[in-house]
Design a protein around this ligand. Structure first.
Ligand code: NAD
Ligand code: DAU
Length: 335
């Protein structure tokens, strides 16, 4: 079976492609990615010569390019997105273009080509924010996104629902909590703090640092996506999370301890506007209906993650310097 992964050169997408090639030996993968600042083929160097893997550079909002790339694909895992909340606060426009229009184009072409499954990869952020005493998010809750990023993802989820209801496109929506693991772009909290700590630079902690996120190791998310693809029901929404709620400040201190760096590097800075206080996922639906649960233990997986960044500082430097993108442009031109 051939499947398309959009955004396969990003953090979760590259881990997901590696996961599929390892776990599903009879699957072929088309990686469809625009290679924005967040996408990097360096993250897939170890699989680039695998015959079951093919990369196509393209924009999810470009219908004719999507249609050509999607020929022969039985399924789509739609991960391509503008994904960073802080950037969406600075400029929401690219978020609407890629996350909303791009998703509509993907759904439309998937419908036209007749794919058997379309997995819309979404986020816990669409539910908004919880106080400490509120129960975790369930799939039935109304959407209350608070940032342009989460509003664009919520819109995309609703489009997936509409294409299921109106056109019977077999679309499923997954919503996952904060991922951590290798190949995450160092604008997100964990890789940013590792990079800064190694350079003895201050670590910016927003507001009082007592915001809570539920952390999941990226391979658990990858496993969840395949589980939904194989066992889920079209039209349904599935929540995933690591069952690991942590305050940002505690997470930062944990990583500093693994690195052997002092807490004096922590610098409290102005809070993110509209900053969600707490996310927590109720995963009882996927546990009971799809027999899925997270397998990785935070203390072990975060240590493994930190170790990966320490051993791959050249990757960190290449994606942040843009050197790799320049190299790609020279080698392959603007395609
Ligand atoms: P990322 O920013 O690391 O990667 C996004 C990828 O999409 C990049 O490779 C980029 O080049 C590509 N892309 C961007 N615009 C494109 C376009 N117009 N056409 C084609 N490709 C384009 O993101 P990530 O953290 O890997 O997240 C992947 C998906 O998972 C996103 O949809 C995100 O909303 C969702 N998600 C992320 C998390 C998380 O913790 N990172 C949690 C839940 C859900
Ligand atoms: O919850 C899932 C979401 O997780 C995904 O949908 C997003 O794509 C992904 O980027 C992530 O969003 P967050 O905003 O939660 O991740 P980020 O790493 O940007 O921030 C994590 C927390 O740390 C958040 O409360 C903000 C805080 N933070 C972040 C940065 C970058 C800081 O305190 N300092 C920082 O420098």
């Amino acid at each position: 079976m051939k499947i398309m992964v959009t955004g396969g050169a990003g953090f979760i997408g590259s881990n997901f492609i590696r996961y599929i090639l390892r776990q599903r030996p009879d699957w072929e993968v088309v990686n469809y990615d625009l290679l924005t600042y967040a996408g990097n083929l360096e993250s897939l160097r170890d699989v680039q010569d695998e015959p079951r893997y093919k990369f196509i550079r393209g924009d999810v909002a470009d219908a004719s390019s999507v249609e050509t790339a999607l020929q022969g694909c039985a399924g789509v895992f739609h991960l391509a997105a503008e994904s960073h909340v802080d950037r969406s606060i600075l400029d929401a426009a690219p978020f609407l273009r890629t996350n909303v229009l791009g998703t509509q184009v993907m759904l439309e072409i998937a419908q036209k080509v007749g794919v058997e499954r379309f997995v819309q990869v979404s986020t816990d952020e669409v539910y908004g924010s919880l106080s400490l005493d509120e129960p975790a998010f369930t799939e039935e809750l109304p959407l209350k996104p608070n940032s342009p990023y989460s509003a664009s993802k919520a819109s995309a989820d609703l489009l997936a629902r509409a294409y299921f209801k109106t056109f019977s496109l077999p679309a499923l929506v997954t919503r996952c909590s904060n991922n951590y693991g290798p190949y995450q772009f160092p604008e997100k909290l964990i890789p940013l703090l590792i990079r800064n700590a190694l350079a003895d630079k201050p670590i910016p902690v927003y507001g009082d640092g007592r915001q809570i996120r539920d952390w999941i190791f990226v391979d658990d998310h990858c496993d969840a996506l395949v589980t939904v693809f194989e066992k889920g029901h079209p039209g349904e929404i599935y929540n995933f999370g690591g069952q690991c709620e942590l305050m940002n400040i505690d997470l930062v201190k944990t990583v500093l301890k693994i690195l052997g760096k002092p807490e004096s590097l922590i610098k409290y800075v102005k809070d993110r506007p509209g900053h969600d206080r707490r996310y927590a996922m109720d995963i009882s639906k996927v546990c009971s209906q799809l027999d899925w649960r997270p397998k990785f233990i935070f203390t072990q997986a975060i240590a493994k993650t930190v170790q990966w960044y320490l051993e791959n500082l050249d990757w960190v430097e290449s994606v942040t310097s843009g050197a790799y993108r320049e190299y790609y442009q020279q080698q392959y031109g603007d395609r």
